[in-house]
Design a protein around this ligand. Structure first.
Ligand code: ADP
Length: 458
C-alpha cells in the first residue's frame, strides 16, 4: 500500500460476537478490541455492536445504560450503551432470548442467533440514523452482515457504507464465509502466510483481487508487563530478568510447584485439534524429561478432549507434583502470570491464522517456541535458521521453530530452547530483552487496515 493520505475521519462500525475482555473466547475478541483502539487512536470514529449476552462481564463496562429500543422482524430489541477499554459499544438484547443462554457459542441454533443479531445490527444502524463509512464484520458469525447489507440496505440512508470482512479462522463456517467474500467490498485475513495458505480454497480463490493478509497486533497497553495488576514486579526490557524471576516465583507459589530455578515451559490455548493436541502432550513429557517445569492453561470446548486432559492432569499431578500443572479452565489473570513467569511459550499449532500467544509471550520477554505455520511463521524467526528472513523484516531472530507435525519436530525446537537455558543463560537473557523490544503492536497493521478501508470506498 502507498502512503497514508490525510483525510477526514472515517466512521467504522464493527459488528462482532466477541470482544475482549467482556466476551472473549479466543483471538477474535482480542483483535476487535485492539484493532478498534488503534484505529480510534488515529483519530477515526469507531463503534462496536455486540450481542448483550447474559454472561457478559459487565464489571468491565463503564457508563452502562439503556439507549433505546426498536423493533425488527416482530421482535423487540433493547439497545444498551457503554464504554469498553475506551471504545463505544452498543449491546443488542432481543426479546426472543437468543443471547440469554449462558454462553457465547455452543447452542444448537448459533447460526440463527447470530444471523438475527447481524440483521438487527443493520436495522439498529438504519433506525438510529447512523451513516457509517465502513461496516466491518468478522468470521462466519457476523458474515451475514455482508449480504444482508447488499440485499436490504443499499437503497437507504445507510447506502454510503462499504463492507469489510475479516477471516480470523477459515475452519469455521466456510460456506458462510464464502458468501461474505462475494458480497464484501474488501476482505482480509490475519497474516500473509495464512492468506497464501488459504488462497487455493474454493471460497477464497475467486476473490483474490480484494483479499489481503494483514498481521494482527497486540495492544501494548492491555498487555504491559510494566503496568499489569496480575504480576508482582513491574518490568521493561531494562529489568526483565528480575521481573521475570519474581513472576516465576509467584507462579510456582500460586500453582504449588517447587520454587526452584528450572526452565519453565508455558502453554495457553484452547484445546482443539488446531492447536496440536498430540504435540502439546508430547511437549509436557519432553520438558519434564529435561528436568523442566510445565504449566498448561487450556480449556476444551469438546467434553471428550476436556476429559482426556483431566485424566492427564491427574497422572502428571501425581507423577510430577512439583513440576507439572495443568489448569483446565479459562483464566485471564493466570494467563498474565504465565506469560510473565515462563521462560518459553510453546505454540505447536497444526495451523494458525495469526496466533496471539506468541506475540504476547514476546511482550513479556518469554521466548516463543512454535510450529512453522500461518502467522507463527510470519512472527517467529529461529535463532539458528532464520537470520536472513528476520532481517528482511528489519528484525533479529526471536525464538525457536520446527517444521513437522510429529514429536521429533517438537523435540528439535524444545531441546535447543532448553539447552540454551542450561548452557547459555547470558545469551538467553539477551534474547529476552530483544524480544521485548520488538514491536508487535498495531502501529503498522492499523495503517494497513486504514488503507483497506480507503480502498473499499473507492
Ligand atoms: P485462537 O483465537 O485460535 O484461540 P489466538 O492465539 O489468536 O488463538 O488467541 C488466543 C487468545 O486467548 C490469547 O489472548 C490467549 O491468551 C487467550 N487464551 C486462550 N486460552 C486461554 C485460557 N484457557 N485462559 C485464558 N486465556 C486464554
Amino acid at each position: 500500500f502507498g502512503g497514508i493520505v490525510k483525510e477526514p475521519p472515517m466512521h467504522i462500525v464493527h459488528v462482532t460476537v466477541e470482544m475482549a475482555p467482556i466476551a472473549k473466547v479466543g483471538g477474535l475478541g482480542d483483535v476487535v478490541t485492539s484493532l478498534s483502539r488503534a484505529v480510534q487512536d488515529l483519530n477515526h470514529n469507531v463503534d462496536v455492536i455486540l450481542p448483550k449476552y447474559d454472561c457478559l462481564n459487565l464489571s468491565n463496562v463503564k457508563d452502562f445504560q439503556f439507549n433505546r429500543s426498536f423493533s425488527w422482524g416482530g421482535t423487540e430489541v433493547k439497545v444498551w450503551h457503554g464504554k469498553v477499554e475506551g471504545l463505544s459499544v452498543y449491546f443488542l438484547e432481543p426479546h426472543n432470548g437468543f443471547f440469554g443462554r449462558g454462553c457465547i457459542y455452543g447452542c444448537s441454533n448459533d447460526g440463527e442467533r447470530f444471523g438475527f443479531f447481524c440483521h438487527s445490527a443493520l436495522e439498529f444502524l438504519l433506525q438510529s440514523g447512523f451513516h457509517p463509512d465502513i461496516i466491518h464484520c468478522h468470521d462466519w458469525s457476523s458474515a451475514p452482515v455482508a449480504w444482508l447489507y447488499k440485499d436490504h440496505y443499499t437503497h437507504n440512508v445507510l447506502s454510503k457504507a462499504r463492507i469489510v470482512f475479516t477471516i480470523h479462522n477459515l475452519e469455521f463456517g466456510a460456506h458462510l464465509i464464502g458468501k461474505a467474500m462475494t458480497f464484501s467490498d474488501m476482505a482480509t485475513t490475519v497474516s500473509h502466510t495464512y492468506s497464501r495458505e488459504v488462497s487455493g480454497n474454493p471460497v477464497i480463490a475467486p476473490h483474490l483481487h480484494k483479499f489481503y493478509g494483514i498481521l494482527n497486533g497486540i495492544d501494548p497497553d492491555i498487555w504491559d508487563p510494566y503496568n499489569d495488576k496480575y504480576i508482582p514486579v513491574p518490568y521493561t526490557s531494562e529489568n526483565v530478568i528480575e521481573g521475570k524471576r519474581a513472576a516465576k516465583e509467584a507462579l510456582q507459589q500460586r500453582l504449588n510447584l517447587k520454587k526452584a530455578d528450572l526452565p519453565l515451559v508455558g502453554m495457553i490455548t484452547r484445546l482443539t485439534h488446531q492447536k496440536g493436541i498430540h504435540l502439546i502432550k508430547h511437549a509436557i513429557l519432553r520438558a519434564l524429561e529435561c528436568s523442566g517445569q510445565v504449566v498448561l492453561l487450556g480449556s476444551a470446548p469438546d467434553p471428550r478432549i476436556q476429559n482426556d486432559f483431566v485424566n492427564l492432569a491427574n497422572q502428571f499431578h501425581s507423577s510430577h507434583a512439583d513440576r507439572a500443572r495443568l489448569v483446565l479452565s479459562y483464566d485471564e489473570p493466570l494467563s498474565h502470570l504465565i506469560y510473565a513467569g515462563a521462560d518459553f511459550i510453546l505454540v505447536p499449532s497444526i495451523f494458525e491464522p495469526c496466533g496471539l500467544t506468541q506475540l504476547t509471550a514476546m511482550r513479556y520477554g518469554s521466548i516463543p517456541v512454535v510450529r512453522k505455520t500461518g502467522g507463527l511463521y510470519d512472527t517467529v524467526f529461529d535463532v539458528d535458521h532464520d537470520k536472513e528472513r528476520a532481517q528482511a523484516q528489519g528484525l533479529e531472530p526471536n525464538g525457536f521453530n520446527f517444521d513437522g507435525a510429529d514429536s521429533a519436530g517438537v523435540d528439535y525446537a524444545l531441546n535447543r530452547a532448553i539447552a540454551a537455558w542450561y548452557d547459555g543463560r547470558d545469551w538467553l537473557n539477551l534474547l529476552c530483552k530483544r524480544v521485548m523490544e520488538q514491536d508487535w503492536s498495531w502501529n503498522k497493521p492499523a495503517l494497513d487496515y486504514l488503507e483497506i478501508y480507503h480502498a473499499a470506498r473507492k
